[in-house]
Design a protein around this ligand. Structure first.
Ligand SMILES: [Zn+2]
Length: 312
């Protein structure tokens, strides 16, 4: 389903965990933002753009996970396809895993994706004539994550850096980086928030509330993990002890999208992060707080759990 949330800005649902793609219409160009998992999801967006009397010839990615990129076939001939410079790297890295699930070869899967024609590493502004899209990195869920800000409209299309329908997914990322991203976003004036998965949030206070909860969830789980590790608790018991009801409670519906399992995966990932902290003799950031790793993701490893989870 495609819904207009403000004049000329639309969300397009996709099947994975209340997934949200978006479409932004400007005088000079129309941009599709992400394309879902399946060809028909991207096709629906392209058809919708045509129904407005416009051409579906521009696509941008918030990141390269399968449920945002695999459905992009309808945009393969687009004149501009924009993503963070790490998006093609990430997407190609995941292809063998995604191919197994799709029952295809990685080459077949690669051929159905609209690959970026323009990549960037810092920030990029797209001028649509009557409105501008500001793209900037929001890593943590994945290293190639970017969000899209419509500054005038105070509207953020966040990608999976912000989710309102599931707990933060960090299997392919880093909770400390994601928390820093969420805290940075919370300082911006955002009136409308389009998350990667979940319902759109309206009103600055509600947006602040969500961003604050997501960052706080990661912080609280990490604190509990640290305490349990310090007490010598085995990992399996830590996962049991960091209960869904206490850390998520009524914030998200327990019976949807395998939520308790998602929570347990996040706890497991944070235990893993604690186990890979630099030794205490290294200089620490922020007076003894958890050091935030530099954006060198080489050592983080890839467990495959997130894509497994996301594309179920
Ligand atoms: Zn993702």
């Amino acid at each position: 389903m495609i819904r207009e949330i403000i004049p000329g800005v639309y969300t397009a649902d996709h099947a994975v965990a209340e997934g949200k793609n978006a479409i932004v219409v400007g005088q000079r160009s129309v941009w599709a933002i992400d394309a879902g998992t399946y060809a028909h999801e991207g096709q629906e967006m392209a058809d919708f753009i045509r129904s407005l009397g416009r051409t579906p010839d521009r696509l941008l990615y918030t990141h390269g996970h399968g449920d945002h990129a695999l459905g992009s076939g309808a945009f393969r001939d687009a004149v501009e396809i924009v993503a963070h410079e790490l998006m093609p790297v990430e997407c190609r890295r995941l292809l063998p895993l995604l191919a197994v699930r799709a029952g295809k070869t990685p080459e077949e899967l690669a051929a159905q994706i609209a690959w970026p024609t323009i990549t960037f590493s810092h920030e990029l502004t797209l001028d649509l004539g009557d409105r501008r899209l500001r793209l900037f990195p929001t890593p943590g869920h994945s290293q190639d994550g970017v969000s899209v800000l419509l500054e005038e409209e105070k509207l953020l299309i966040a990608g999976d850096a912000v989710v309102t329908g599931i707990v933060p997914a960090i299997g392919d990322g880093d909770s400390r980086i994601l928390q820093a991203t969420l805290e940075r976003l919370a300082k911006r004036e955002i009136e409308i928030l389009v998350p990667g998965h979940g319902a759109v949030v309206y009103g600055r206070e509600n947006v602040q509330d969500w961003l604050g909860w997501l960052a706080g969830y990661l912080r609280d789980v990490r604190a509990a993990v640290r305490q349990a590790l310090d007490a010598g608790t085995p990992s399996a018991e830590i996962v049991e002890g960091i209960e869904y009801d206490r850390f998520v409670g009524d914030r998200l519906p327990k019976d949807r999208h395998g939520m308790p399992k998602r929570h347990a995966n996040t706890v497991r990932k944070i235990i893993e992060e604690k186990a890979t902290l630099p030794p205490p003799s290294l200089p620490q950031v922020g007076g003894g707080a958890d050091p935030v790793p530099s954006p060198n993701w080489g050592g983080l490893g890839w467990g495959g759990s997130i894509v497994e989870e996301e594309s179920r």
